[in-house]
Design a protein around this ligand. Structure first.
Ligand code: SF4
Length: 153
């Protein structure tokens, strides 16, 4: 929060490392070497978005024996979102969760319809949780304000 506040105050948007004691700007070189040894860049399917060129990793030929998709002959295809779910657009920042007709009605954290509502970190689940809290606080202020106005009469 401090970093974000500073960036806003300085009008200097950037990526900051907040765990400087363990995270270096160059990253974990050893891990990168292992990843580069085992994997190659490949196209990948992203839920709600579709296939993005060179956005994923696949086993290099030498390690293809570890590839479960190949071993079990799985066909990985584009996932299809439930009818009415606009999760892809939410993830792309084109829509806010309340723009979805199912948000807070048929789709809630207790009864999720789309993937963005499933985990607590999902965009729709987080929006649902914090928007409800925000609306709760507003309602509380409204009630308190009304009570104080009545006392003043
Ligand atoms: S509210 Fe549910 S159905 Fe609508 S976009 Fe979010 S996850 Fe999908």
């Amino acid at each position: 929060m401090i970093s974000l506040s500073q960036q806003i105050a300085e009008d200097d948007p950037r990526i900051d490392i907040e765990y400087k004691r363990v995270v270096k700007p160059e990253g974990n070189i050893k891990a990168q070497e292992i990843l580069n040894k085992v994997f190659k860049v490949s196209d990948a399917y992203w839920r709600g978005i579709g296939k993005i060129k060179n956005s994923g990793l696949a086993f290099k030929d030498r390690y293809e024996g570890y590839d479960a998709a190949r071993k079990f002959q799985l066909k990985i295809t584009e996932s299809i979102e439930p009818k009415g779910c606009i999760c892809g657009n939410v993830l792309l920042g084109l829509n806010l969760p309340p723009d979805c007709v199912l948000f807070g009605k048929r789709c809630t954290p207790l009864s999720p319809v789309g993937p963005c509502m499933v985990s607590s970190e999902g965009s729709c689940a987080a929006y649902y949780k914090y928007d409800i809290k925000r609306r709760g606080r507003e309602r509380e202020r409204e009630i308190r304000g009304k009570g104080e106005r009545e006392k003043g009469k």
